[in-house]
Design a binder for this molecule. Structure first.
Ligand code: BGC
Length: 755
């Protein structure tokens, strides 16, 4: 390993400043006289978008032929860490083959609203799931000695005004919802690089935000790699260096490099900070170079087949009335909808991959008794009467009609948001017509984010295939005909309508400011708290077999917040086919001072089971599983009390529930003063003991004992008296007859504060 510090010491200030921005769109700068090579980075995340010639970051110019895997909207639904790890390995191998030092992904931003144009690239509305899937992907890629760039750090949850908007959220919301996927990935998988986002966070550009890039990312989480900017995300480069932004991408024609030099010369920027950026960049440059294996083979055909396997394991069977699926291979089947012949399998923008081949469902169904009618035209966004008539005819002639529908490219993409949650009207019309012609209608969906389904009551089954990569056609046919048993589960809630979404009123914000006013109540955290009906809940996914969850065992009924709790359940395949269950564990605080969700995902495992087979699944819950972010102590805190531990097949199908008492080992600071109210004092066991004697005096006034005044007792019971006292400030003791003078109260406050 090179002595990086010694190398940096030999560089001129100009060379160092130069190294802090890209050579071109995709390379870091070389310093030939010192043997520092240029290294190449490339999008990402679900395959390679390596551009050979003209560079751009919007997927406009061609890139090399590669393998397009399912996008994150799909892979998250697999709930399968091992699978996404293997996908990462395959992508890592292709990076080695193509001499790429870093693949730009995974993208882990939280799906705050179904409208975000980039939801297809993101994993989930849930930070725990997003973090675990991301960590598995990173470990997979990096096991091949190439880096990842987890993005977009942070709170980049809309495309609208993405380069100027400020995501304004309180500390607890950031810590509990928008940061943990990054945190888990850094702590568990140590990505080689992090990509900061375009937006501001609480008024400060992510690219020059010392709190994000240094305090949280490096000091708290221990990130060791380099931070690069999203493409063009730099506003003030000098502030960026000071904040911990190592590499500006792509480059600013030397302008920002010169500003760094000038700031150092003027004494406005410590040269040591520039050195640090260089060291971090060079560590990764050489880590790649010393482990480069360009001789690594890239078997695209094998990866094409593998991408189909991944896609099949991501598909979510949302509805299957009367077991209309799986289809029978002997039956006449109609595939209707242009997506059956030309699937939408990836999203638009920087992640767009130039697939070396694609397999549609129509192609994959060759040899089966499957007829095809296009039904609608994606390019024209229309379904003519003739197209519908042809589709209806095909549907009538078939035992089962399968409509392939969803969102065309123009409806969702990087760079802009959706304005509604509907599918194209022509497709909805087609589904209605087909369902009226054939009672056995199935809908296959290709979309990157939830859609409204006005026809849901009229179709027998819905298979959510998401954007399943270039081999999605074979995967779909395998799942439809039962060669693969669907095992995906929703990584996001499908609300009944857009207006139900918690961010609905505030999403997009006003001007350049988006306030995250729904706080921690994102996705199911909100729908569950409000006990709302949804179209399909978070975690939902059916199978062609059935599973039973039994025998919930907790390693203890009472623990301290420093202990770990082991939770074990038995999952049994009670049906007749091999299948994979996703055991999901949720934790909820039964009673809490902070306003908290009813339940939060804290564990999940995918379990493969033969018919009749049972397996035990264990989860380990540590302090974090019970904690909320406490801004006062600037740390995670568990409030002593009872917590529910629920296990089952979705956030709304949780047959197993038990309770564990968790005791806090942390004393929260006490700040009682004259304006503190009795309720807060009495809820704190340490303070209650101190105040109790005064309470009886006050109660004599608020709810006099019966013998003294029968009339008063009738008017105010003891409970009522206490209830009224609850909201009185301590200073009330001066006025309401606790016989306490100022000195006594002073002493009381000291005692309450533990002094
Ligand atoms: C995107 C990033 C991408 C970069 C390079 C940007 O527009 O936001 O996700 O990695 O371009 O293509």
């Amino acid at each position: 390993m090179k002595d990086i510090k010694a190398l940096v010491a030999q560089m001129t200030l100009e060379e160092k400043a130069g190294l802090c921005s890209g050579l071109d769109f995709w390379h870091t700068k070389p310093v030939e006289r010192l043997g520092i090579p240029a290294t190449m980075v490339s999008d990402g995340p679900h395959g390679l978008r390596k551009q050979d010639e003209e560079g751009d970051h919007l997927g406009i110019n061609d890139s090399i032929k590669a393998v397009c895997y399912p996008a994150a909207c799909a892979t998250a639904a697999s709930f399968d860490k091992e699978l996404i790890g293997k996908m990462g390995e395959a992508i890592g191998e292709s990076c080695q083959h193509e001499k790429l030092s870093v693949v730009l992904g995974p993208a882990v931003n939280i799906k705050r609203s179904p409208l975000c144009g980039r939801n297809f690239e993101y994993f989930s509305e849930d930070p725990f799931l997003a973090g675990k899937m991301s960590a598995a992907y990173i470990q997979g890629v990096q096991s091949k000695n190439v880096g990842t760039s987890i993005k977009h750090f942070a709170a980049n949850n809309q495309e609208h005004r993405r380069m100027s908007s400020s995501s304004d959220a309180d500390g607890r919301t950031l810590r509990e919802i928008y940061l943990p996927a990054f945190e888990t990935s850094v702590k568990e998988a140590q990505p080689w690089t992090v990509m900061c986002s375009y937006n501001k966070v609480n008024g400060v550009y992510a690219s020059e935000n010392p709190w994000l890039l240094t305090d949280v990312l490096r000091k708290e989480w221990g990130f060791e790699g380099y931070v690069m900017s999203d493409w063009g995300a730099v506003s003030n480069r000098v502030k960026g260096v000071a904040a911990g932004l190592d590499l500006e991408m792509p480059a600013s024609g030397g302008v920002n490099d010169a500003k760094i030099v000038e700031a150092v010369r003027k004494g406005e920027l410590d040269e040591k900070l520039v050195d640090l950026c260089c060291e971090r960049i060079l560590n990764i440059v050489f880590r790649y170079q010393e482990n480069a294996k360009p001789e690594t083979p890239w078997d695209k055909e094998a990866q094409h087949a593998f991408s189909g396997q991944v896609a099949a394991d991501c598909m979510v069977l949302l509805k299957n009335e009367g077991d209309v699926l799986p289809l029978n291979k002997a039956d006449a089947i109609a595939f209707i909808g242009e997506f059956a012949a030309k699937p939408r399998f990836q999203g638009g923008g920087s992640s767009h991959i130039n697939s070396f081949k694609t397999t549609s469902a129509v192609e994959a169904a060759k040899g089966l008794n499957v007829a095809y009618a296009p039904g609608y035209s994606v390019a024209k966004d229309e379904a003519t009467d003739e197209m519908i008539a042809e589709a209806v005819k095909a549907a009538k002639a078939a035992k089962v009609a399968v409509v392939f529908a969803g969102l065309p490219d123009s409806y969702e993409s990087e760079g802009y948001d959706r304005t509604h949650m509907q599918m194209p009207a022509c497709q909805n019309k087609l589904i209605e017509a087909v369902a009226a012609a054939n009672p056995n209608t199935v809908v296959v969906l290709h979309n990157g984010s939830p859609v409204e389904m006005p026809w849901i009551g009229k179709v027998k089954a819905v298979l959510e295939a998401y954007l399943g990569g270039q081999n999605v056609g074979s995967a779909t046919v395998k799942v439809l005909f039962g060669d693969v048993n669907p095992s995906g589960h929703l990584a996001e809630t499908f609300p009944l309508k857009l207006q139900d979404n918690p961010s609905y009123l505030y999403y997009g914000g006003e001007g350049n400011r988006t306030e995250y006013r729904e706080g921690v109540f994102v996705g199911y955290r909100y729908y569950d708290k409000k006990d709302m009906d949804v179209l399909f809940p978070f975690g939902h996914g059916l199978s062609y077999t059935t599973f039973a969850y039994t025998n919930l065992r907790l390693s203890a009924k009472e623990i301290k917040d420093t202990d770990a709790l082991t939770v074990t359940v038995t999952v049994t395949n009670t049906g007749k086919r091999f299948g994979k269950a996703v055991a999901q564990l949720y934790v909820g605080d039964r009673e809490s001072t902070p306003i908290r969700p009813v339940r939060e995902l804290k564990g999940f495992e995918k379990v493969a089971l033969e018919p009749g087979e049972s397996k035990d699944v264990s989860f380990t819950l540590d302090k974090r599983a019970f904690a909320y972010w406490n801004e006062a102590i600037h740390d995670w805190h568990v409030e002593t009390g009872d917590f529910t531990v629920e296990v089952g097949a979705s956030s709304r199908d949780l047959p197993l529930c038990d309770t564990v008492k968790v005791e806090s080992t942390v004393e929260l600071p006490r700040h009682y003063d004259l304006d503190s109210i009795f309720l807060d004092v009495m809820n704190d066991p340490r303070a209650k003991a101190v105040i109790d004697p005064f309470i009886s005096k006050l109660m004599a006034v608020f709810a006099p004992p019966a013998e003294e005044s029968d009339a008063a007792k009738e008017a105010i019971s003891e409970d009522m008296g206490l209830a009224m006292l609850n909201y009185m400030p301590l200073r009330g003791m001066l006025s309401f007859g606790a016989n306490a003078g100022p000195e006594e109260i002073e002493a009381l406050l000291k005692a309450l504060n533990g002094n």
